[in-house]
Design a protein around this ligand. Structure first.
Ligand code: GN1
Ligand code: MG
Length: 361
């Protein structure tokens, strides 16, 4: 589908007229474009409405979150406030533009002199990334007003994800179950992982707060000069969640230098040094408000989120690649296998990783 990008870019209150627009091939969900106006750059995104069925609620959340963080930063660290994400309004003053075909577009400021990484090898960066996600949660503990919308209902409801997995295996719509027997068996054998945090929430033994819920390593930006964390991005799933989900997503994406879709599984394992740096950084950022139950479940958060991600990739593979963007044959299967390997790696080191958390505390 061809979009009229010059027209779309002109709907927003940019400084200067848009001159260049280029696609940026990032993310598994939304479509992202870079808009330049000569003096300034912006990020234009089309929200994936199959995934986010209520984009208006997404943008209502995003406007509240970015506004709150900016306001706090203006007092706490004025120099950094302008390097936080901000929604660029449309010329009509809205947080998004809906085109004639119903697509929902939004624009952010582009954060200059900052980079993201898809994976890490540096303990210093791992520590800084985790500190940033802890900081991000801490910024939102006092968000005023009603709870944020649940932009994807049941996003980390792992028991429900498991039930859906079970149905998809049964239906086997793409006739792929025969090629993934080992992976399917692994999910069934480890199904008990799915219920642990869910049950703690039900018994009110672990607090539901505002979490990022997609705390992948590539959703934090670092300054190109100092390597310090600048801001947290990709805010569509910021909503009620558990603190340890975010730590868990960092364990999943920042403790192993291999890519999420690496085919050589010998490269896929949790590196305890990177893990220790993560634990230190997260405790530095979020430590002041973490409850004992949250502290005790940091490693488990890594296990849960990685296992959930394995289930999600395998579910999508079995369903015929309907959710995640895929760029090659069996892409979701390759992703499934890296996650499975990581789950094994966490299970194999659970005790020693827990000791590293205790040491960091
Ligand atoms: C998706 O688009 P991206 O890469 O930031 C997904 C996450 C997954 C991740 C796996 C809304 O995030 O939940 O963990 O892929 N986002 C959504 O890499 O489903
Ligand atoms: Mg992202």
């Amino acid at each position: 589908m061809a979009h009229d990008f010059p027209f779309l870019a002109r709907q927003f209150r940019t400084r200067g007229e848009p001159t260049d627009i280029a696609a940026v091939p990032v993310g598994h969900i939304n479509d992202t474009f870079l808009v330049a106006t000569g003096s300034n750059r912006y990020v234009l995104q089309r929200i994936n409405q199959i995934v986010f069925t209520k984009p208006v609620e997404v943008m209502a959340n995003v406007a509240r979150i970015t506004g709150h963080i900016r306001t706090k930063m203006e007092t706490a660290a004025p120099g950094s406030a302008s390097r936080q994400l901000a929604v660029v309004a449309t010329k009509d003053g809205n947080a998004y533009y809906q085109d004639a075909a119903g697509n929902v577009w939004r624009m952010y400021n582009f954060i200059e002199n900052a980079v993201t990484y898809d994976s890490l090898q540096s303990a210093a960066l791992a520590r800084e990334a985790a500190r940033m996600f802890g900081w991000f949660q801490s910024m939102l503990v006092d968000l005023p007003g009603p709870p944020l919308y649940e932009t994807i209902p049941g996003f980390h409801n792992t028991p429900r994800r498991f039930e859906r997995f079970r149905e998809v295996v049964k239906a086997d719509a793409a006739n792929r179950a025969k090629d993934t027997k080992a992976e399917i068996e692994f999910v069934f054998a480890n199904a008990a992982i799915c219920h642990v945090l869910y049950d703690l929430v039900k018994r009110s033994e672990i607090p539901v707060r505002i979490a990022h819920n997609d705390a992948k390593i590539n959703n934090v930006m670092f300054d190109t000069g100092t390597s310090e964390g600048v801001c947290v991005i990709d805010l569509d799933t910021v909503m009620p969640g558990l603190s340890v989900y975010d730590f868990g997503d960092l364990v999943r994406t920042a403790t192993c230098p291999a890519a999420e879709d690496e085919r050589d599984l010998s490269k896929v394992a949790v590196d305890p040094q990177l893990f220790e740096a993560l634990a230190q950084g997260f405790i530095e950022g979020a430590g002041p408000f973490l409850t004992p139950a949250e502290r005790q479940h940091l490693v488990f958060g890594g296990l849960l989120i990685t296992f959930e991600q394995m289930i999600r990739f395998l579910t999508d593979y079995l369903a015929g690649d309907v959710y995640y963007k895929v760029h090659r044959d069996d892409h979701n299967l390759d992703r499934t296998r890296t996650q499975m390997k990581l789950v094994r790696s966490i299970l194999g080191q659970e005790e020693s990783l827990n000791r590293l958390v205790e040491r960091a505390l």
